[in-house]
Design a protein around this ligand. Structure first.
Ligand SMILES: NC(=O)CCC(=O)C(=O)O
Length: 267
C-alpha cells in the first residue's frame, strides 16, 4: 500500500487558498507516484485560528466536502483528509474525513480530546460518537487527531477492532516534539500496528510546529521521519502483512486479561 503524506505549512484563516494548495499538491503527487492513499494534517483549511474560526468557516463545510469528493474521485485515490473545523449541530468540531477512490466520504471522526493548553474547549466541541475503524482497499484502519495520541485506550480500541494502521493527523508543537515520537512508537509497539502521522510545519501565533511526520512499523521502528522545518511529501510503502507476522511472534493480544485491569463494565 503506497502512501503520500503532505507535511504542509498552512495559510492561517484562508480555506480557499489552502484548498488550492492541496489540489496542486495532490495532482502532482498522484501523477508522479500513483499512491493508494493521500494524507493531510490537522486543521489544514484554517490552522489554529480559534478566535476567528466561527466567522472563517461560516459556509465552509459544504465547500470542503465537495472539494474532497471531487479530488478523490478525479484522482482515483483514497484520502485521509486530515481534519478541518466544521460547523455542525450548533457547534464547531475538529473533524477528520476519510474518502474512498470513488470520492465517497466513508468515515468521519470528531476529535474527542480537546487540548486544555490551547483552550480548545472554549471554541470547539469534543466528538462524542463511538470510536470505529474504517476500511480502505480491504484493510481496516483508524484515525485520531493530535492530542488524542496521549490516550492509549483510544488506539487500543481501534486495534481491538482489527485496525492494521492508525493515522495521526496533527498540529504538534516543537515545544513537545520529544513526546511526539515516543508516543507514536509506544502506540505502534503496544498495539502491533503501523502508525502513520502527518504533522504541519511553520509557525502560527508564535507557536512553532514540529513537522517530523512519521511512519512507524508494528515493531516500533521509525521507517520514515520527515524534516522538522520544511514542507515535505512523505512517500512510503506499507507492507501490511507485517502486522499479522509480529502479532504471531509476540502474541500480546491473546495474553491480555482485561477483566483484571479494565473498569467494572469491562471496557
Ligand atoms: N493540536 C493538538 O492537539 C496539540 C496537542 C499538543 O500540543 C500536545 O498533546 O502536547
Amino acid at each position: 500500500m503506497k502512501l503520500a503524506s503532505y507535511q504542509m505549512d498552512i495559510i492561517p484563516g484562508n480555506p480557499t487558498e489552502n484548498r488550492n494548495k492541496v489540489k496542486e499538491w495532490a495532482e502532482r503527487v498522484c501523477k508522479e507516484q500513483q499512491p493508494d492513499i493521500l494524507v493531510l494534517p490537522e486543521m489544514w483549511t484554517t490552522a489554529y485560528t480559534l478566535t476567528t474560526l466561527a466567522e472563517v468557516i461560516k459556509t465552509d463545510k459544504d465547500e470542503t466536502e465537495q472539494f474532497l469528493k471531487k479530488l478523490a474521485s478525479e484522482l482515483n485515490v483514497n484520502m485521509i483528509a486530515g481534519s478541518v473545523a466544521v460547523k455542525d449541530n450548533g457547534g464547531i468540531y475538529n473533524r477528520s474525513y476519510i474518502l474512498n477512490r470513488d470520492g465517497e466520504i466513508i468515515h468521519t471522526y470528531d476529535k474527542i480530546h480537546l487540548v486544555p493548553m490551547l483552550d480548545e474547549h472554549l471554541y470547539l466541541k469534543g466528538g462524542g460518537s463511538s470510536v470505529e475503524t474504517f476500511e480502505l482497499d480491504g484493510h481496516k484502519m483508524g484515525v485520531i487527531i493530535c492530542y488524542d495520541l496521549r490516550f492509549p485506550e483510544l488506539v487500543r480500541s481501534l486495534a481491538l477492532q482489527e485496525a492494521e494502521v492508525v493515522f495521526v493527523v496533527a498540529e504538534w508543537p516543537m515545544a513537545r516534539a520529544g513526546h511526539w515520537e515516543i508516543l507514536q512508537q509506544a502506540r505502534a509497539i503496544e498495539n502491533q500496528l503501523f502508525v502513520v502521522s502527518c504533522n504541519r510545519v511553520g509557525t502560527y501565533n508564535e507557536v512553532e510546529f514540529a513537522g517530523g511526520s512519521m511512519v512507524i512499523n508494528p515493531w516500533g521502528d521509525v521507517v520514515h521521519r520527515a524534516s522538522s522545518t520544511h514542507e515535505e511529501t512523505s512517500k512510503v510503502s506499507l507492507h501490511l502483512d507485517e502486522v499479522q507476522r509480529i502479532r504471531k511472534d509476540v502474541p500480546v493480544f491473546s495474553s491480555r486479561v482485561p477483566e483484571l485491569y479494565m473498569d467494572k463494565e469491562g471496557k
